[in-house]
Design a protein around this ligand. Structure first.
Ligand SMILES: *Cc1c(COP(=O)(O)O)cnc(C)c1O
Length: 367
């Protein structure tokens, strides 16, 4: 164990990312082109054409620093969400927003509340500032907001809520969120992480920016990594009132979102067709997945995101075992043992053929 750095940094367990295609090809002696990756909730359609064109144009100016204030992207977001540009913080992915919030609002020793089985970065961001995690037991694999409100202590500075949640896919209704926000003390910042918002059916979508107007302690976090297909560029954003936004902007790196990302995000934001195609593919792929799980008699958690959590055995080695059997067949999914879910796997929803390849491989792996 190294003698460098504070205890709370040495205690951090590194984030486990989905295995890259090239690594699996090397490790298992497979052809890269034959590998199906359903491990990181990426958009199976890749980068929208509109973003590619915008990046090609922006590439000419890469000798210069990006716009540190992201004027054009903020203007586009401002009109899309009907909030002043001064209410927006840009992030190097929304991961950056989650970290910035911890740095801006939490001192060493103060507490942060989040749910069991919620996004791994909440723990990392909390630990990174020496915060004390209050992890509230999940209910039906999702957030128990009543218990989370009750878990807030005098020194709690921040609460993370993911809706829909990753890795479980659970969803919290607008009524429940609002009832929760009414209970949270005004000096506690709530980060509402809506990375999968664009995949929700219209009946489940609500204008979270309206809540930002009502709650000065609310930060709504969104990303271009999932439905917008720009995961590799790293761009996300937060919407919050000026008092909170001002602090987040002091903490963030001045050039945290690069020029290509800014240009691509503006184009994607206005690409309704791409979003609709992705949502349609996702809804159909989800049905394809759960039909297979039902045929195989596998338990799954009903999902509102672009992925689904499925139980592949009843012993604690099941997730790792089935994952390995899938890797050998060139299918990459996400084991979730690090989330305390060793009997489960998380599968991102891909193109119909990718889903079919996974289902066939799963049948063999369980066979
Ligand atoms: C994927 C994900 C994010 C962040 O992704 P970025 O690429 O950093 O924007 C944030 N929250 C949840 C719950 C996610 O699943």
């Amino acid at each position: 164990m190294s003698q460098f750095g504070p205890d709370y940094v040495r205690a951090i367990a590194p984030y486990q990312a989905g295995k890259p295609i090239a690594e699996v090809a090397r490790e298992f002696g497979l052809d890269e082109a034959s590998i199906v990756k359903l491990a990181s909730n990426e958009n199976p359609f890749g980068v929208p054409e509109s973003s590619r064109a915008a990046m090609a144009q922006a590439a000419a100016d890469l000798g210069r620093y990006p716009d540190a204030n992201g004027f054009e992207l903020k203007a586009a977001l401002s009109s899309r969400y009907d909030v002043p540009a001064e209410w927006i913080t840009l992030g190097n992915g929304s991961n950056d927003i989650l970290e910035i919030a911890a740095h801006a609002f939490v001192q060493k020793g103060e507490s942060v509340v989040y749910s069991q089985y919620s996004f791994a970065v909440y723990a990392l961001a909390t630990q990174g500032v020496g915060g004390r995690a209050i992890v509230v037991p999940a209910r039906d694999y999702g957030h128990d907001l009543d218990a989370m409100a009750a878990a807030i202590e005098a020194d709690t500075r921040l609460v993370y809520v993911a809706n829909p949640n990753n890795p479980t896919g659970t969803f919290i209704s607008a009524e429940q969120i609002e009832a929760f926000l009414d209970k949270v003390p005004a000096n506690v910042v709530v980060v509402l992480d809506e990375a999968y918002n664009e995949y929700l059916a219209l009946a489940h979508q609500f204008e979270s920016s309206a809540w930002v107007r009502k709650y000065p302690n609310l930060v709504v976090s969104r990303t271009f990594s999932k439905a917008y297909g720009l995961a590799g560029l790293r761009v996300g954003f937060a919407i919050a009132q000026p008092a909170v936004t001002d602090l987040m902007n002091r903490i963030r790196q001045p050039f945290n979102v690069n020029s290509l990302a800014q240009a691509a995000a503006i184009a994607a934001l206005n690409d309704k067709e791409f979003l609709e195609k992705g949502a349609r593919n996702n809804a159909e792929g989800y049905q394809q997945m759960i039909a297979a799980f039902e045929e195989l008699g596998l338990e799954y958690v009903p999902s509102f995101g672009n992925f689904v959590l499925v139980k592949v055995g009843s012993d604690d080695a099941a997730g790792a075992r089935v994952n390995l059997a899938l890797l050998k067949q060139g299918v990459i999914v996400r084991p979730v043992g690090n989330y305390g879910l060793p009997q489960w796997l998380r599968i991102s929803i891909g193109l119909p053929q990718e889903n079919a390849t996974f289902i066939e491989a799963l049948k063999k792996a369980l066979g």
